[in-house]
Design a protein. Structure first.
Length: 84
């Protein structure tokens, strides 16, 4: 079952890759998220942005539980606190 709209996940990946191109971060450092449903979608921990697919984006609820095959960024709480 797909958790999120692929278009939003693609936008998250495109933003992460653009951050690499302009030198804001390199490889897999830095994080990108978007508010979605009752939580947020965030890049996973430990995956280079050039290797990301839409299935890699992690959904994190406000209580910190998450869905997806990978773990969310270690900074997910920071992102949650901004959104919620």
């Amino acid at each position: 079952m797909r958790l999120a709209d692929d278009i939003l996940c693609e936008q998250i990946i495109a933003t992460a890759r653009a951050m690499n191109r302009v030198g804001i971060n390199q490889g897999k450092s830095g994080n990108v998220s978007a508010r979605w449903a009752d939580g947020l979608l965030v890049t996973p921990t430990g995956v280079a942005y050039d290797d990301l697919t839409t299935d890699d984006i992690v959904f994190v609820r406000a209580d910190g539980t998450h869905e997806g095959r990978l773990l969310p960024s270690s900074e997910w709480q920071f992102h949650r606190d901004i959104y919620l």
